[in-house]
Design a binder for this molecule. Structure first.
Ligand SMILES: [Zn+2]
Length: 276
């Protein structure tokens, strides 16, 4: 089973790949660009990408990219909508150069236009992304949201509706445990009862788990991660998810709020201790 974490690429991709095994991570995630902006992205260093890619093979690691938070694939405003489509197209290029199998993007915000509008807008955006896409084999991974503000994609029905027109080779899912708990779809009574885990459409597209505990209560509709076992979800619930045999082949990525990346070593150990 692969368990890893989010890592910085500030010192170059090759350094990120080298950092992963030191933390006990067998998979990792990185931001394709500055997480808070569209600009400020350094030009892709192809040599660094190629060295990192070779090292990943040698060390048997897998990785995914994560798009900046400003991307809004459901935006009613054309400017932000088009900027978001182009940013995602570019992120797929970055991901391919680094041999990372997917790029995670949050479901969009409809900004008062309603869930139906938001889903329709995401269909338009994803169709454009796939039309402009120049890469092969890199998937767009749609991440479920906490349902904060006007976010769409916080129920299983919405998630399935978003991906419905597209091939499961191109559009997959990344499932964030904290978002699902805050959205009220991952129950503290038994997280294994989440209907997605027994839904072939959902499982056929599931390529990544964001494994996070929650700072906020069940169904509070807020995106606030906590360290594993120290939040509202707690060790037992986190263990139930981690040990679900249906998720065994899916890489687990921690995005818990550490002060320093090195603290992920202890977080990954907590996960290994939970494994039965
Ligand atoms: Zn996440």
């Amino acid at each position: 089973m692969r368990i890893g974490c989010h890592l910085s690429v500030a010192k170059g991709f090759q350094k990120t790949v080298m950092a992963a095994p030191e933390l006990g991570a067998t998979c990792f995630q990185y931001f394709t660009k500055n997480p808070r902006g569209f600009r400020g992205a350094k030009a892709l260093d192809l040599n660094d990408a190629a060295r990192g890619k070779a090292l990943m093979e040698e060390l048997d690691l897998v990785a995914i990219g994560h798009t900046p938070y400003l991307i809004n694939l459901a935006s009613p405003e054309d400017e932000l909508f088009n900027l978001s489509v182009d940013a995602l197209v570019q992120d797929l290029v970055i991901a391919q150069a680094r041999n990372t199998y997917g790029v995670v993007v949050h479901c969009g915000k409809h900004k008062g236009q309603g869930v139906e509008f938001g889903i329709e807008r995401m269909h338009q955006a994803l169709a454009l992304v796939l039309e402009k896409n120049t890469t092969e084999g890199v998937m767009v991974l749609i991440e479920n949201t906490a349902g904060q503000g006007s976010e769409v994609g916080f129920t299983l029905e919405q998630l399935l509706a978003i991906v419905e027109p597209f091939s499961s080779d191109q559009i997959g899912f990344c499932f964030d445990t904290q978002h699902a708990y805050a959205a009220g779809i991952l129950s503290p009574d038994d997280p294994r009862e989440f209907p997605g885990f027994s839904n072939p459409e959902f499982m056929g597209r599931l390529r990544a788990i964001h494994f996070n505990d929650s700072k906020v209560p069940f169904n509070s509709r807020k995106d606030r991660h906590q360290l594993i076992g120290q939040g509202a979800m707690g060790l037992e619930m986190m263990g139930d998810i981690l040990n679900d045999p249906r998720l065994e082949a899916i890489p687990f990525y921690l995005e818990t709020p550490v002060n320093d990346e090195r603290e992920y070593k202890a977080e990954i150990e907590v996960c290994h201790d939970l494994l039965k």
